[in-house]
Design a protein around this ligand. Structure first.
Ligand SMILES: [Zn+2]
Length: 242
């Protein structure tokens, strides 16, 4: 059943959304976009929760020349957050800088990491009506492997649909040759595994592949990845309203 339109938002927000699409269109002209046919605003209690993996002392995996994924994750997440806010979504993020999200006063690397993951999970489970996206970069011993891949948990039955849509957006917008399957995650992907909302962990690409690493370090490509994730979120939500 379609939900009624909300006309309560100020006109400036509508103009911002239109302007956003114009800017994105000219910035990312080579991308086939999922542009909404109507400006339907999300519900007041609906949230997009975004996580940039790692941060602070935990850099995650790195490119061959030593660029850690934590900064790439944050750059992509910031772009996704900006697009979502312009579109009118409520957005919350696990971190907005190069930090670990552990509680103050927690000592020791292991305890800080546990506190960090718990706090991220608390944010993913804070709202009962949310879509959660965790952004990471992949790594493998053999540098030949490349391409985005989505991970999901069966904790929420909607996560598989979100993952399938997101994988499809990467294939459509950025990687037509990508034949990777979406993957059910296990407990080691803690945040993804225990999130109660529809959740996907987006592995944007392999830092161990030199060509893909160069792309992922590039701010223009980071914007393209972010727009792809934003399009996936929108396609998922439009399907829910169906
Ligand atoms: Zn990671």
């Amino acid at each position: 059943m379609k939900k009624p339109f909300h006309y309560t938002k100020p006109v400036c927000v509508m103009l911002s959304v239109v302007l956003c699409y114009v800017v994105v269109y000219y910035t990312l002209g080579n991308i086939e976009m999922t542009v909404p046919t109507s400006l339907t605003y999300p519900d007041e209690d609906f949230y997009i929760v975004l996580d940039a993996g790692h941060g602070g002392m935990d850099g995650g995996c790195s490119t061959a020349d030593g660029v850690p994924e934590k900064g790439i994750n944050l750059a992509v997440m910031n772009e996704v957050a900006e697009l979502c806010r312009l579109y009118g979504y409520n957005v919350e993020v696990t971190r907005d800088g190069d930090i670990s999200v552990h509680d103050k006063g927690v000592e020791g690397i292991r305890a800080q990491k546990e506190s960090d993951m718990k706090n991220r999970l608390d944010l993913f489970n804070k709202h009962t009506n949310a879509v959660c996206i965790s952004i990471h970069q992949n790594n493998f011993t053999d540098p030949k492997y490349s391409g985005a891949q989505m991970f999901y948990s069966d904790n929420n039955p909607e996560s598989e649909r979100l993952a399938r849509i997101m994988q499809g957006q990467f294939v459509k917008n950025l990687q037509p040759e990508n034949t990777r399957e979406i993957k059910l995650c296990h407990e080691e992907l803690y945040l993804c595994y225990y999130s109660q909302n529809p959740t996907v962990m987006v592995e944007c690409g392999f830092l161990s592949n030199p060509d893909e690493a160069e792309k992922l370090k590039n701010p223009i490509y980071q914007k393209e990845v972010a727009f792809t994730i934003f399009s996936g979120i929108n396609e998922y939500i439009e399907g829910k309203r169906g």
